[in-house]
Design a protein around this ligand. Structure first.
Ligand code: ATP
Ligand code: MG
Ligand code: MG
Ligand code: MG
Length: 467
């Protein structure tokens, strides 16, 4: 019997609670009072003001399992989904925090003991990185923990130095990696092969030690703090003796259900991973109040939904399917996140409406794209075409890019941006005359969608788009 993802989450929270940490619930994916952040992307987000000293809490140690989305903004893993073994758009970050309480020594010992004593990971499979100048962390790993020198890698890049912004709290990081074995391609961090997935980063320990001033100088913080983050799905993969996050219990269940609603036969199909990944981010984003739209957070959600729909179609879906996976998501994650269950019906409604709207034009857009690829000279899809697909068929540029990449093409981002800028100018001019040409595309005036192959439905769309 292997340990389940749900059990690992509890084991983490209980371990740190036992060591004096307050259990704090995950915050929303929509950051409170932080317009600079697209989505919550780390456990520390909800503690930002506590780290900055602007807010006091009744505790100085905390532990959480934070829902995170990295599908836009500074951290964007959307393009990695389906390609790496370790990235999701939505994942859970397990983290322990010290607000001016313990520091490096204790943080390292707590992490190491949790991994090797509580979870019983074999020590020889672990290696760590430290910031190049952080001799203190190097010594702790070597002398107190007993890791051989050749498994402590000094890295001088920003990957191992964390900062909250241009000024403010910052400090070196130490990352813990797991070696999944020689049979998998890739090299340890700091080598040219590090992009392979043999050595997978599981836990990042951030030592908040300095306060960077406007002139770039670093003042030591009077009370240094700790922020850590470990991907729940990555540690599950290790404990369930699989390499990819997509092979863990929770994902296998989602993948099976995705196969049954799309009619896919091959459970290894990368598109199934994409669909299984995307139902999590979409379900959780909608539960947290984000709705598909043409800008900001809503546009990111729209892009993820359309991408999932395209992959479902590729898997053989004959009808709208994506919303059907909400039930599966609730089965897998509803116990840990009851809000998913209470909002199930609204999540389904939103996804259904969005898919209906997009499905009408998907097939035709795909046809235009494949025809264009056949007659293309080089390997770059012109910005004008990327724009046309966006404007006429609702293909976000990353979706066109996704299709392009599968076929060995890339897109002309700059040309696309230029065409977008042109359109904004035109829209500006049009709105001066009171015309809102987006109004005709709302879901209210579209009747029920009855399948991808429905001629009448397609005729209606063509009419709507004046084609
Ligand atoms: P990577 O280098 O693998 O992209 P990262 O350094 O960007 O990871 P951090 O910002 O350090 O990740 O986040 C802390 C932890 O959260 C990581 O060590 C990892 O376990 C997990 N994590 C980060 N991004 C993802 C993701 N997209 N999907 C799943 N887990 C993730
Ligand atoms: Mg990353
Ligand atoms: Mg990293
Ligand atoms: Mg990291």
């Amino acid at each position: 019997m292997t340990i389940s993802t749900a059990e690992i989450r509890s084991a983490f929270l209980d371990y740190f609670a036992k060591h004096g940490h307050q259990k704090v619930a995950s915050s929303s994916l929509v950051p409170a009072d932080d317009p600079t952040l697209l989505f919550t992307n780390a456990g520390m987000n909800q503690f930002k003001d506590v780290f900055l000293g602007a807010e006091k809490r009744a505790y100085t140690r905390a532990v959480s399992s934070q829902r995170c989305v990295r599908a836009g903004g500074k951290h964007n893993d959307l393009e990695n989904v389906g390609y790496t073994a370790r990235h999701h758009t939505f994942f859970e970050m397990l983290g322990n925090f010290s607000f001016g309480d313990y520091f490096k020594k204790e943080a390292i010992a707590l992490a190491w003991n949790f991994l090797t004593e509580e979870l019983k990971l074999p020590k020889h499979k672990l290696l760590v990185t430290v910031y190049a100048e952080d001799d203190e962390a190097f010594e702790i790993w070597e002398k107190e923990i007993g890791i051989p020198k050749d498994k402590i890698i000094r890295i001088g890049t920003s990957d191992n130095f964390w900062s909250m912004g241009d000024t403010g709290p910052c400090g070196p990081c130490s990352e813990i990696f797991y070696d999944h074995g020689e049979h998998i391609w890739g090299g340890p961090p700091g080598t040219p092969e590090e992009d392979g997935d043999r050595f997978i980063e599981i836990w990042n320990l951030v030592f908040m030690q300095f306060n960077r001033q406007a002139d770039g100088s670093m003042e030591p913080l009077p009370k240094p703090s700790i922020d850590t983050g470990m991907g729940l799905e990555r540690i599950s993969a290790i404990l369930q003796h699989v390499h990819s996050n997509y092979e863990i219990d929770l994902f296998q269940a989602l993948i099976k259900d995705a196969a049954s609603v799309t009619g896919a036969k091959d459970l290894q199909d990368k598109s199934l991973r994409v669909v299984a990944d995307h139902i999590r981010s979409c379900g959780f984003l909608i539960a947290d109040g984000v709705l598909p739209s043409n800008e900001g957070r809503g546009y990111v959600l729209r892009r993820i939904i359309r991408r999932a729909v395209r992959h479902g179609y590729k898997l053989g879906a004959q009808d709208i399917f994506f919303y059907k996976l909400v039930a599966s998501l609730v089965t897998q994650m509803g116990a840990a996140y009851p809000e998913l269950k209470t909002q199930q019906a609204s999540i389904e409604r939103v996804l259904k409406a969005e898919e209906e709207q997009f499905a009408r034009t998907l097939e035709r857009g795909m046809q235009i794209l494949s025809d264009a690829l056949e007659s293309l000279d080089g390997k770059v899809i012109p910005g004008e075409l990327v724009f046309k697909l966006y404007d006429t068929y609702g293909f976000p540029s990353d979706l066109t890019n996704d299709v392009a990449r599968e076929k060995g093409y890339s897109i002309d981002e700059q040309g696309f941006e230029a065409a977008m800028a042109e359109q904004r100018k035109r829209a500006q001019a049009a709105s001066n005359f009171g015309a809102d040409y987006n109004a005709q595309l709302t879901s209210e005036n579209c009747s029920e969608f009855t399948g991808y192959d429905n001629e009448a439905g397609m005729a209606q769309v063509l009419e709507l788009f004046n084609l």
